[in-house]
Design a protein around this ligand. Structure first.
Ligand code: EPZ
Length: 437
């Protein structure tokens, strides 16, 4: 396993380009299961999760080829229908093959993804949505088994209210919207997720011949068609990667220009950073989803109250990074997590670096300190890991972040990008650490 060794205190300066969005790419790749025609996706990031999804799709009969203009997917063998536990357990987002496979092949068996470090990850809403399309759902030794009404039959359009106690479901919306594209009749998804990644998926599906209206709003209407065809699509920029770099610049008193920034998907984050006293400038927003922005850090980070919400609210995937930033504010902030109330594994680790954090259920009071102190810490999930790296960049002294494989799931060689901006960070094998510590 790898670790990062970080010597804090260097301001981030320079320019970076945002990569394609992991959370858009995964359901976009799964959409290739909806047709036997080629689907080309440009801008797919090179991440561990993407590699897992490629492995899964190949097992499900999809040929994948690197082309000059992106990755070309084509389902050439549609006989398989089982997403095995060995792959699903490494990436719970594998669940997004369920809807497309059911709609096209009439049957799908996907291992129940199980929980993860940020909490239970139920899929009851996914299943309720597919049942609304006429699917028969059953559990069979740890697998979800879904079948279209009649053997090899078509799903039929229906209405479904697709929200649970924590609001809409992003991948649940992706699954039901994808499946509905091939259903007979009209489907209405009420209280759909409005995330930009859902909008990006709807754009691809419509390019393949689907009839989807309302993506990005709480009500999506899908008019089923008999089949979908070929398309070429460019993945939107990763708003969470962009937000992470914005906070890294703010925390290190940096001066960072971010290119290809999905600014139009980051307005809540922009607002919270402005209120924290960060200097944010738009350089060019001729394409608001591929904008250029400039982020300059400040000596006096102001306290802010943050509550995570479904899009367009403040994103839960930036909660841990925001906590690292507010740990150095000149006053008390509060962070309330409404999507994954247990998403606080970073609290104990940030506290090891001198942050003063007081958890009360889904809320953490952040009592700002003048500076963080470097320490050995342990990454636990993708975004908590990012938060620890940001804290290490800003802290006094050396920070060692272990188990950075969590980070590799969602950030492409983060240490290389940060080092190119002046950070003192390097990747080592964990067995080398005793010599360093
Ligand atoms: C997506 O996960 C993202 N992952 C997550 O990003 C992100 O945190 C999450 O949306 C919320 O924005 C991908 O897109 C691959 P949900 P998803 O279904 O779709 C509950 C990252 O760091 N729920 O929107 O799995 C659920 O427990 C990852 O990149 C049910 O109760 O999340 C949660 O409390 C982490 N029943 C809430 O809804 C269900 O059937 C939102 O979950 C489904 C979800």
């Amino acid at each position: 396993m790898d670790a990062f060794v970080i010597q804090g205190g260097n301001p981030l300066r320079g320019e970076i380009k945002v990569n394609g969005s992991k959370n858009a790419a995964l359901p976009l790749m799964a959409a290739a299961l909806l047709t036997n025609q080629p689907v080309t996706l440009e801008g797919i990031p090179r991440l561990a999760d993407i590699g897992n999804m490629r492995r899964l799709l190949i097992e499900l009969g999809v040929d994948i080829e690197e082309q000059p203009d992106g990755l070309r997917f084509q389902a050439t063998d549609e006989s398989a229908s089982h997403a095995r536990y060995e792959i699903v357990r490494t990436m719970r987002a594998s669940i997004c093959v369920l809807g497309p496979m059911l709609a096209r092949r009439g049957i799908a068996r996907v291992s129940l993804p199980g929980g993860c470090a940020i909490g239970d990850r139920p899929v009851d809403l996914h299943l309720r949505g597919l049942e609304a399309l006429g699917a028969e759902v059953s559990l069979d030794s740890g697998d979800i088994l879904v079948k279209a009404p009649a053997p090899g039959g078509r799903l039929r359009g229906g209405r479904v209210f697709l929200a649970g106690p924590f609001g809409p479901t992003v991948l649940g919306t992706a699954n039901v919207m994808s499946a509905a594209t091939l259903a007979e009749g009209v489907t209405i998804i009420e209280c759909a997720a409005c995330e930009p990644e859902v909008v990006d998926l709807a754009r691809l599906l419509n390019a393949m011949g689907a009839h989807i209206r309302g993506a990005g709003t709480p009500r999506i209407v899908i008019e089923g068609v008999k089949e979908l065809g070929t398309a070429h699509h460019r993945v939107i920029g990763d708003r969470i990667e962009a937000g992470t770099y914005m906070m890294a610049s703010a925390m290190t008193r940096g001066d960072l220009t971010i290119r290809d920034c999905p600014l139009d998907a980051l307005l809540a984050t922009w607002d919270h950073l402005e209120r924290a006293g960060v200097a944010l400038t738009v350089i060019d927003e001729s394409d608001p989803m591929r904008a250029s922005i400039r982020i300059r850090g400040t000596d006096a980070i102001q306290p802010v109250h943050v509550t995570t919400n479904p899009h367009p609210g403040f994103p839960t995937d930036l909660q841990a990074q925001m906590m690292a930033l507010l740990s150095m504010a000149s006053g008390n902030s509060s962070i309330t997590e409404r999507i994954f109330p247990d998403r606080f594994l970073h609290v104990a680790e940030l506290s090891r670096m001198g942050a003063r954090l007081f958890r009360q259920g889904p809320t953490v009071i952040v009592s700002g300190v003048r500076e963080l102190i470097g320490a050995p810490v342990m990454a636990s999930d993708l975004r908590a890991s990012a938060s620890l790296v940001l804290a290490g960049l800003a802290a006094k002294g050396q920070t060692i972040v272990r188990r950075v494989y969590h980070l590799d799931r969602g950030y492409e060689r983060m240490e290389t990008g940060l080092a190119s901006l002046g950070a003192d960070i390097r990747r080592v094998r964990e067995e080398e650490l005793p010599l360093i510590e």
